[in-house]
Write a protein that binds this ligand. Structure first.
Ligand code: PLP
Length: 375
């Protein structure tokens, strides 16, 4: 096996762009000099810009994507005794947010082609339980779920729809942005996301002023005015520093997503004939991750590593099979599509600053994989 000198990491962050780092450090200095660290102008400014970008009436900055999901559920009064439908193949936070709100996740299987929650899956979950009060479609890897169809089923069953948009900033479906399709949208600005802060950050978007008001109360101790505490809330505000860092990055988001679309098309073309399956892209896609499928995933990963190409698995264990959710009692084979995907998916290196050489090196390494030799 040839071991090459070229190394391609899974992704690179802002430190790969020194000009951007300088611009953002100036912004950090401004906030520090004003000592305006909580709420205030930077948070309000980012919220107005984020709402305008998403096409929603309201955006509320919160401390993380997990908080965004949990506070969205709590704002809609989803809690103890209620169930929330979540897809089995998501980051654990989608289910954790349900637990944080005091409700119970009802984990559903997904569409084999797209890997996304479907209206049929939601209908089956609602038929099996009369406790479903919310549904969380996840726009996994940057592909937007059919929220309109899901919402029709959910609303008929008396449930709201909270979109998990942590991987789909700026993606469109039916002429609206991710987050503007359901009753509420929850975003993470974790550093690796399409719009990433320099730490943990998140936001909730909605057109409903009452829900927005409740998220605002809940993120900061249920406080209306100083020491006027209306509900038991949390310390879950968006940091002013993170808001200030996100604003110049938001101005670049469409260009960054265009670059991701362009690179994804380039990588797909370069992978033509390679021994992997590439799903989609059906409709708009903001390519948060570039994920391929193969029956010989672990052998592919070893082969890539030997060629200096990093890889990952998003995610190796479906939510219902994690020790954290063993109490749901969903054994092996209970959600077969998600379990099958977890065994076959492989995330390839992908980030907006990838060079043509990086793309070529990744594609050549995948193409030279021999699945027959792997058996
Ligand atoms: C990142 C992510 C989250 C959680 O976001 P945090 O900001 O890390 O709390 C939730 N759902 C999905 C699908 C994610 O990718």
């Amino acid at each position: 096996m040839t071991v090459t000198a070229r190394q391609v990491p899974l992704l690179r962050l802002d430190n790969a762009d020194p000009a951007l780092v300088d611009e953002l450090l100036a912004v950090v200095r401004t906030v520090a000099e004003r000592a305006a660290f909580t709420l205030g102008d930077e948070v309000a400014g980012f919220e107005a810009e984020w709402a305008a970008y998403c096409g929603t009436a309201e955006a509320i900055g919160v401390a993380s994507g997990t908080d965004a999901l949990a506070l969205a559920l709590r704002a809609a009064r989803v809690g103890p005794g209620d169930e929330v439908v979540v897809p089995a193949n998501s980051f654990i936070a989608t289910a954790e947010a349900v637990s944080l709100a005091g409700a119970r996740p009802r984990v559903a299987d997904v569409d084999p082609a797209s890997g996304l929650l479907t209206a049929d899956g939601v209908a089956a979950a609602c038929a099996a339980s009369d406790r479903v009060r919310a549904v969380i479609p996840v726009h996994l890897f940057g592909a937007v779920a059919d929220v309109a169809a899901i919402a029709a089923v959910a609303h008929a069953a008396g449930a709201i729809v909270v979109e998990d948009c942590a991987q789909a900033h700026g993606a469109f479906r039916d002429g609206r942005r991710a987050g503007a399709l359901g009753d509420l949208g929850a975003f993470s600005f974790y550093p690796t996301k399409n719009l990433g802060a320099w730490g943990d950050a998140g936001a909730v978007v909605t057109d409903d002023p009452e829900l927005a008001d409740r998220v605002r109360l809940l993120r900061s101790h249920g406080e209306r005015t100083r020491y006027e505490h209306l509900v038991p809330g949390a310390t879950a505000r968006l940091d002013a520093l993170q808001a200030a860092i996100l604003r110049p990055k938001l101005a670049r988001l469409d260009a960054v997503n265009d670059r991701r679309r362009m690179l994804a098309a380039q990588l797909r073309a370069a992978l033509a004939g390679a021994p992997v399956h590439m799903p989609g892209p059906d409709g708009d896609h903001v390519h948060h991750l570039f994920v391929v499928r193969t029956d010989h995933r672990d052998a592919l990963r070893a082969h890539l590593a030997a060629h200096g190409v990093a890889s990952a698995v998003h995610y190796p264990v479906p939510i219902h099979r994690t020790p954290a959710y063993a109490d749901l009692g969903l054994g092996p084979g209970s959600l077969p599509v998600a379990e099958d995907l977890a065994a076959r998916i492989c995330t390839l290196p992908f980030w907006p600053g990838m060079s043509d050489e990086d793309v070529d090196h990744v594609a050549a390494a995948v193409r030279s994989f021999d699945p027959l030799g792997a058996r």
